[in-house]
Design a protein around this ligand. Structure first.
Ligand SMILES: [Zn+2]
Length: 75
């Protein structure tokens, strides 16, 4: 499936630790919005180190610049 493959490639290009892209959509004059989720089934609190498997919050992050480099092999 082309869409599934595209999503996998976007996940590889973004290369965010333990994050996979679920969907992407281009919005005029805003940019590309990705829906993502953690690959891990748990998270560790950055303050106290407690491990949790429950979802406490959903966050929206604005990433204005990504250092992305794509090389295309010659045919
Ligand atoms: Zn904590």
């Amino acid at each position: 499936m082309v869409k599934k493959r595209a999503i996998r490639i976007i996940t590889e290009i973004l290369d965010l630790k333990d994050v996979k892209v679920l969907s992407q959509r281009l919005h005029n004059e805003i940019g590309i919005i990705f829906q993502t989720e953690s690959i891990k089934s748990y998270s560790v609190c950055p303050n106290c180190g407690t491990k949790s498997e429950k979802l406490h919050q959903n966050h929206r992050h604005i990433v204005s610049q990504l250092a992305v480099s794509v090389s295309v092999p010659p045919n």
